[in-house]
Design a protein around this ligand. Structure first.
Ligand SMILES: Cc1ncc(COP(=O)(O)O)c(C=O)c1O
Length: 458
């Protein structure tokens, strides 16, 4: 039976392709039922940081499941949540000292934004209800998280259901006006955020949510070093809560536990997901300080965001075991240590046709493709360059993450790399070789046949 719709009873994420059946994972590698192997260059979806097949995590989950798998977070707590929370807050920046556990990044973003809103309501400032967010950005696919996301391909069908989130241009140096050099443009200086707060009226703004290092939406774009300090200062001055969405950039991915760490900046609310269990269980966290949680404790008495699987014992056990494994094997330092070799291997790709930019930090990188390198004009969306590249990479035995739409909301193609922190130099070299193979195949099969659709360079 082919693993494709409609032959299989699985309602697949993509209904138009045939899926390889993965039977095993080990380290940075995945193996399918047909005997093919794949280098997992993006940790699935920026998730697999300690590598595949780490039995210690499965063992910890099995022990927890055998003791007790589930209790309602309304009635009981358990050692797994208590010990994981202690580890999460020990690593959190600033005064963030309480962790609320959910399953997905989208749920945690929803909960974080609701927390911000509830905080202002219970502080006696109910007019503070607006959330500001960057463009491009991605914060998830449930409706409030999608409202905060600048991701047209997901939003357009549901537009009538989404709430208005005023947008602020992201510090996306490949496509902003200053291009990261000389005096910063409004997006890169933070002036754009301040202008948006003043335009909306600070008294109506509850929170600003942003990814400290761009995720898939800006392809690992790294803002200028002074950017986040300015954002912190602006948020403080206007009494706007700064929600850092580190679902993708957190848990060591950029070479520090928090991507904000090098800037010495602490958010008011931190959102974690993906890497905190290395993919062994679905788990996310909202991390908040007492100065915020106390307001709820002394007011309504609870965050108004109940979910059946919050604080799940087996998921928390997976998180605790993963954090322990990362610490025992010094994997955040390893991520930082491998980053120079990783970026040195990717940098020469910049010279290849249609590679507009290569960027990132730690073991997170984005490669942006353009129709014309001089003008940065993207391919028309109909070419589906990023998706074709990802399929070509898979054929070459490399898993990459494609993203589209960042250039102008519709067009724009990039792929992301986020390998497990245990990747070796020879695997990095293999990754670079396979990227070259994929690019040659993509250019050969798409550019030649779609030349007629390309825009004239400006
Ligand atoms: C920055 C960021 N926030 C939130 C999310 C949503 O997480 P999830 O897909 O687990 O719901 C993602 C997912 O890619 C993300 O990259």
């Amino acid at each position: 039976m082919p693993f494709s719709y409609p032959d299989s009873p699985v309602f697949y994420r993509k209904l138009t392709r045939t899926y390889p059946l993965i039977v095993r994972g080990e380290g940075c590698w995945l193996f399918d039922a047909a005997g093919r192997s794949y280098l997992d260059g993006c940790g699935g979806a920026f998730v697999v940081n300690i590598g595949h097949g780490v039995t210690a995590i499965g063992d910890a989950m099995a022990r927890q499941a055998a003791r007790v798998a589930y209790v309602s977070g309304m009635v009981f707590t358990h050692e797994a949540a208590e010990s994981l929370a202690a580890e999460i807050v020990a690593r959190a920046p600033g005064d963030l000292d309480h962790a609320y556990f959910l399953s997905s990044g989208s749920e945690a973003v929803e909960a974080a934004l609701k927390l911000a809103r509830q905080y202002w309501v219970e502080s006696g400032r109910p007019d503070k209800h607006k959330v500001l967010a960057l463009t491009p950005s991605y914060h998830g696919n449930t409706l409030l998280a999608l409202s905060a996301s600048a991701r047209e391909q997901y939003r357009s069908t549901y537009r009538d259901w989404l709430v208005t989130v005023p947008r602020v241009p992201a510090p996306y140096v490949y496509r902003c006006t200053c291009r990261g050099h000389g005096p910063p443009c409004a997006a890169c200086s933070g002036d754009a955020l301040e202008a948006a707060i003043l335009h909306e009226g600070a008294d109506s703004v509850a929170a600003f949510i942003a990814e400290p290092i761009g995720g898939s939406s800006t392809g690992a774009s790294v803002p200028r070093p002074e950017f986040w300090r300015r954002i912190r200062e602006i948020c403080d001055r206007h009494q706007v809560l700064f929600v850092a969405d580190e679902v993708l950039s957190g848990a060591g991915r950029t070479g520090t536990w928090s991507a904000l760490e090098p800037y010495g900046v602490s958010p008011d609310i931190l959102v974690l997901g993906k890497g905190i269990t290395g993919g062994y269980a679905p788990l996310s966290a909202v991390v908040a300080p007492r100065r915020i949680v106390d307001v709820l404790a002394e007011g309504s008495g609870a965050l108004l965001h109940a979910q059946t699987y919050s604080h799940h014992a087996v998921a928390c056990a997976a998180g605790f075991a993963t954090l322990e494994y990362i610490a025992d094997h010094d994997l955040v330092a390893r991520c930082a240590g491998m980053a120079p070799a990783f970026h040195a291997a990717l940098e020469p790709l910049r010279d290849l046709p249609h590679v507009g930019d290569v960027r990132g930090r730690g073991l997170l990188a984005g490669i942006e493709f353009v129709a014309d390198k001089a003008s940065r004009v993207p391919f028309p969306r109909s070419v589906r360059f990023a998706e074709r590249f990802a399929e070509a990479a898979l054929n070459a035995g490399l898993v990459v993450w494609p993203n589209a739409g960042h250039a102008d909301g519709i067009n724009g193609d990039l792929v992301m790399l986020a390998p497990p922190f245990i990747i070796t130099e020879s695997e990095i070299a293999m990754m670079a070789d396979r990227l070259r193979t994929a690019l040659a195949a993509t250019v050969a099969t798409t550019v030649a046949t779609t030349a007629a659709q390309m825009p004239t360079p400006r």
